[in-house]
Design a protein. Structure first.
Length: 712
């Protein structure tokens, strides 16, 4: 795990803990022991620390955090890390960190405890702990501002974004940039270390100080950043803790500031928000493991793609492929539809250029990868086709019948349908093993989630290819089973059902949206529908009624359907649940909706009342948890964590709450079950607790740690 080679007075200590040299159990202790041996060896003049393989150290092993259940355990772990790094920093011979790949989190803290740092120009450094609801817990908040100053340290610890080596060098975090490969880095670091030893130079980061003339500005930077955090408040402790820890670096000696950091780190680690974020970190990785699809399953190489349908979704999917460097044919029924689609794609790219997110040259390269067409010419040369036509089963089955004729026998045939039967499309194509759902979320070129829907006959190779492709496209792919609405929209229907019924019972559109955005959703249910289009939801409800599916006993509010009948489809028509001024997307409360709700409530004999914010939140989240339990029990999701990943990436469920299933666990499943029974007793006969929910609540278990798992 830790190797040490001595040559010409330099001990090169190599950290070899694949795949990313994480500081797992025994690794830091091994590094500390190797440094001690180098100090005791009279033939060693200086030491170089480097990672094996493609990276330095990508951080601490996050599994460690899952083992710490109490604040005291967290505090002790942080104290141990601090002590080990202090021993390295106390070395009486120069210690040089040679950084290639990534030095992130604990990896950067380790590098900062060395006396000097060299890096390849391609390397990155960063303190991303905030993404797990944490702050650096091994001196990062104390050493970093001493190297680069308080404003940049605040940015790195609060935003969590990795920094290229060139910027880190300019800021003083890196002492020297090295061109070439890892071998060149080792040679340069050895020469640098030898020169420091010959000069008798050792620079300990903790002994650096912020100049007295800069203290006032540093404290002001801390206060300003805290004020910024207060303008968009969330319950996550870590950003505020980072400010306090860095402020301690300004006002206190290193050891005292480190003690403050350790206390704040322990507070963060045992917070519900950090537990939620760590849960999602592992849930996303677990989602890549699909029952029935071994990790060694062969995959196809996707070199060329085709999209059928140049509308909003088809255009966004085409952009996604082009952004990944994959040439794509974009087909629609006529030149007018194609022209509109291509114009929208160009406008979207031009917006990115205007915001500095891409260059004009990159725009033209991306546009050059998208070829518009009104025919199936060239479809015999593509490796995958994604169907994105109007959400109508007859149209989609007809399209898949065409695709079965015009594509190669080994081509993947994917549908972007959000609700419809993948097996029906597979039958129409004539080759079910190659048919799969790729349900992108709008806007497809932005949203990271793809629901990968396996049909009855979808082959393992098609599923594995889809997972690999999702990663290449920069997406998070989660495999689900084939039912109406799959996982995401099946649960969403329950969420929207409660929003509609709460509106009838006396809540307002603005109140419901305000409660859910206050909870952390990026937009409330009504604002979301205005963006997506009320007509889309109406078609889904109509299809569900026509199939007399398992949820035909839902009470269906007529408010949404009436708005659609009035031509109020949302933002695209200037009115939906809200109204919009011409050219504006700012929602304005429309009294017409309240009037309509009152009329329809009276017609159904519903006595309107004051609905509390607490009830709005409880009913919305309980509906999600209960339906999620059904999805699990029926086998359409493999794990509760898969559902959480889907909801956080697909609908913006607040990550610091862990997803709807983790959130239900934090409330307690007995509480969730009691709510369902209460709603049923109040007259909501449609509220039926999931048997799985009842079973888990009765045995004192939650969705996580219960051992429940079903294959799709």
């Amino acid at each position: 795990m830790i190797q040490c080679d001595v040559s010409d007075g330099i001990a090169v200590i190599t950290i070899d803990n694949p795949p990313v040299n994480a500081l797992g159990p025994g690794v830091l202790e091994g590094i500390e022991a190797a440094v001690a041996r180098g100090l005791d060896d009279p033939s060693v003049d200086a030491l170089v620390l480097i990672g094996a393989g493609d990276t330095f150290v990508a951080g601490a092993d996050i599994n460690i955090f899952r083992t710490l259940s109490t604040r005291q355990q967290s505090l002790e772990r942080s104290e141990g890390f601090h002590a080990s790094l202090t021993h390295i920093e106390n070395a009486s011979k120069p210690v040089v960190a040679a950084i290639h790949g990534n030095a992130l989190g604990g990896g950067l803290e380790l590098a900062m405890s060395c006396h000097y740092r060299l890096a390849l120009a391609s390397a990155r450094v960063g303190q991303p702990e905030v993404l797990l609801g944490l702050i650096p817990g091994a001196g990062g908040t104390q050493r970093l501002p001493r190297l680069c100053g308080v404003p940049l340290a605040l940015e790195m610890c609060i935003d969590g974004r990795p920094m290229p080596a060139a910027r880190a060098h300019a800021a003083g975090i890196i002492d020297k940039l090295v061109d070439g490969n890892r071998d060149a880095l080792v040679a340069s670091a050895a020469a640098f270390a030898r020169a420091r030893a010959e000069a008798g130079e050792i620079r300990r980061t903790r002994e650096l100080s912020i100049a007295p003339s800069e203290v006032s500005a540093a404290l002001a930077a801390c206060d300003d950043r805290r004020a910024q955090l207060g303008r968009t408040p969330t319950p996550v402790l870590a950003p505020y803790a980072a400010v306090d820890a860095i402020k301690a670096a300004v006002t206190l000696p290193f050891d005292a500031g480190s003690a403050v950091e350790r206390e704040l780190f322990a507070d963060c680690l045992v917070s519900t928000e950090s537990r939620a974020l760590v849960h999602l970190f592992f849930a996303e990785r677990e989602a890549a493991k699909v029952p029935g699809v071994p990790t060694h399953t062969s995959t196809r190489d996707i070199r060329r793609a085709a999209i059928v349908g140049a509308g909003t979704m088809g255009g966004g999917i085409a952009m996604t492929y082009a952004n990944a460097g994959i040439p794509v044919l974009l087909k629609d029924v006529d030149d007018g539809a194609l022209a509109r689609g291509m114009a929208t794609i160009r406008r979207n790219y031009e917006t990115s250029v205007a915001k500095g997110r891409m260059t004009a040259g990159a725009l033209e390269r991306a546009m050059g990868l998208i070829t518009p067409t009104t025919t199936y010419d060239g479809f015999d040369a593509v490796d995958i086709v994604v169907e994105a036509v109007f959400e109508d089963l007859a149209l989609k089955t007809s399209t898949f019948a065409d695709l079965g004729r015009v594509t190669r026998q080994d081509a993947v045939l994917a549908s972007n349908t959000s609700t419809l039967d993948i097996d029906a499309l597979a039958r129409a194509s004539g080759r079910g093993s190659h048919v799969i759902g790729h349900h992108f979320f709008s806007p497809a070129n932005v949203m990271k989630l793809v629901e990968i829907v396996r049909g009855r006959d979808t082959g393992p190779e098609t599923i594995a290819t889809s997972q690999k492709l999702a990663k290449r496209l920069g997406k998070v792919g989660v495999v689900v089973g084939n039912c109406f609405g799959f996982v995401a929209n099946r649960m969403l229907l329950q969420y929207l059902r409660e929003a509609y019924l709460l509106l009838e019972e006396g809540a307002s559109v603005a109140q419901i949206d305000r409660v859910m955005t206050g909870f952390g959703m990026p937009v409330g249910p009504f604002g979301m529908e205005d963006i997506a289009g009320l007509d889309v939801g109406a078609r889904i409800r109509a299809h569900l009624r026509s199939t007399a599916g398992t949820h035909a006993d839902w009470p269906e509010s007529e408010i949404a359907n009436r708005l659609v009948e009035m031509g109020r489809f949302g933002q695209k028509t200037g009115a939906g649940w809200y109204r919009y001024e011409p050219g504006s997307r700012t929602p304005l409360v429309d009294p017409l909706v309240d009037t309509l709700a009152s009329e329809l409530s009276a017609r159904r004999g519903i006595a309107r009342r004051v609905v509390s914010d607490d009830e709005v939140l409880a009913r919305a989240t309980t509906a999600l948890a209960n339906e999620g339990a059904r999805v699990l029990e029926e086998g359409y999701a493999s794990r509760a964590g898969d559902i959480d990943v889907i909801y956080c990436y697909g609908f913006g469920f607040p990550r610091y709450r862990g997803g709807p299933m983790f959130y239900a666990d934090t409330i307690g499943l007995p509480t969730v079950l009691a709510r369902i029974r209460e709603y049923r007793e109040r007259g909501g006969d449609y509220w039926k607790p999931s048997p799985l929910l009842e079973k888990l609540a009765a045995t004192g278990r939650g969705f996580f740690g219960s051992g429940f798992s079903r294959t799709v």
